[in-house]
Design a protein around this ligand. Structure first.
Ligand SMILES: Cc1ncc(C[n+]2csc(CCOP(=O)(O)OP(=O)(O)O)c2C)c(N)n1
Length: 420
């Protein structure tokens, strides 16, 4: 922003999802603070993965992006390439794609953030997963069902998931159902799911920052208390995990009004809040004022590098969410040892003479996946009751909350609620 913004500075085809991005940024920087304060091991799952620029920007600002992609350097030139490559031929996708540092969840097809977040936390006792759930995403079947994943999480041996419902009110062109619920109704709903909801609501940035920081401090203490009690063998029954309901305007801090129509806090903020620069040259001014509103000259030095006082706010090394080894493919992966499936084939010497059940045969194969039955982290989640769909012989070797689940359930994640 060293010179007045001109039409030729703007890409001819504008794409992206601005509406969700301010909330994703807000959560990211607050987690940076939390990670530093408590030396936490955190990954960030972005349910509204269409807000890719938020994650790209934050991993750029924390330094991970330039380490992985040295051509996108922390300079004016690097910034220019960063902006240009977004949703551009040969560039990067608008979603939190696999190449986005720290991403295990693309978010393009809405609905799976909570399932992926819990999957990451299982058997990972030191990991905290920050899981942002879009209020539109929350209307999908998979997401609506997966709030119940908390029943499968064992605080003694698993990590934790902090779900943050990103209640910005709209899903493309419509209001969301959850945004039409009062706080009292939301509290009842999520209490019923087994959570303790904390509300962070408002639009004044200063007040919201204080509220979010305070809420995260409270919530992390609760999570640690649940884990410490369980790990000391001092808890019984299902814990009530905290969650956050973040109610902010969609397109927060973006253009308030364009062509006489409200944009911030409406569905119009979902994608590109100001466009049509050819037919509306006055829109260039709106865009310029919006960008200047963040005072970039106070945030970056003359060479385009984030000033040290701000850069120091992010954690360092592998504590950066973009650099966490749990979220960067290959760093913690182990090859899955697969038995030869041919050895499990049902021998049919003469047609019509053998009796066999497919699921039982499959179960025998699954038993041997990984080269042994006691492989840590080997988990199955099955929708079918295993009594009616027997899957071979899993040995009795696993206890859930001190209660042996026996041969039928061993090695399958069963809801802890059954173990009470
Ligand atoms: C299963 C599925 N249905 C529809 C869409 C199309 N879609 C993309 S973004 C979006 C709105 C998402 O709303 P929300 O989760 O609240 O995110 P935000 O409002 O923060 O952008 C929809 C419906 C999709 N990506 N996936």
């Amino acid at each position: 922003m060293h010179e007045p913004l001109k039409f030729e500075h703007i890409k001819p085809r504008l794409l992206g999802h601005w509406g969700t991005t301010p909330g994703l940024n807000f959560i990211y920087v607050h987690f940076n603070r939390l990670i530093k304060k408590h030396d936490l091991n955190v990954i960030y799952v972005t349910g509204p993965g269409h807000g890719g620029p938020g994650l790209v920007a934050n991993t750029y600002l924390e330094g991970t992006y330039s380490e992985l992609y040295p051509n996108i350097s922390q300079t004016k030139e690097g910034l220019k390439k960063l902006f240009k490559q977004f949703s551009f031929p040969g560039g990067i996708p608008s979603h939190v794609a696999p190449e986005t540092p720290g991403s295990i969840h693309e978010g393009g097809e809405l609905g799976y953030s909570i399932a992926h977040a819990y999957g990451a936390a299982f058997d990972n006792p030191d990991l905290l997963v920050c899981c942002v759930v879009g209020d539109g995403e929350a209307e999908t079947g998979p997401l609506a069902a997966s709030w119940h994943s908390n029943k499968f999480l064992n605080p003694a041996r698993d990590g934790a998931v902090l779900s943050i419902l990103h209640l910005n009110g709209y899903k493309i062109a419509n209001p969301t159902i959850l945004s039409r619920l009062s706080d009292a109704e939301l509290t009842q709903l999520f209490t019923g799911y087994g959570y303790k909801p904390y509300f962070v609501e408002g639009h004044e940035p200063e007040t919201m920052h204080q509220l979010m920081a305070h809420t995260l401090d409270t919530v992390i203490e609760e999570i640690h208390a649940i884990q410490n009690d369980a790990r000391a063998g001092q808890s019984a029954g299902l814990p009530v995990w905290p969650m956050i309901i973040l109610r902010t305007p969609k397109g927060w801090t973006g253009p308030k009004v364009v062509d006489g129509k409200p944009v911030e806090d409406t569905w119009r903020a979902h994608q590109v809040p100001v466009t049509n620069f050819v037919s509306h040259p006055d829109h260039v001014k709106i865009l310029e004022e919006w960008l200047k509103g963040y005072s970039p000259e106070e945030l970056f030095d003359g060479n385009g590098k984030l000033i040290p006082e701000l850069a120091e706010l992010a954690p360092s090394g592998e504590r950066r969410m973009g650099a966490n080894p749990h979220a960067n493919g290959g760093l913690l992966l182990k090859d899955l040892v697969m038995p030869d499936f041919r050895e499990y084939a049902v021998r049919v010497t003469k047609p019509g003479t053998e009796t066999a059940e497919a699921t039982r045969v499959l179960g025998n194969l699954l038993r041997d996946v990984g080269g042994g039955t006691n492989l840590p982290g080997k988990q199955r989640i099955a929708p079918q009751p295993r009594q009616s769909q027997p899957q071979g012989h899993y040995p009795r070797n696993r206890k859930v909350r001190g209660v042996s689940q026996g041969e039928v359930r061993a090695h399958t994640r069963i809801p802890l609620v059954q173990a009470r």
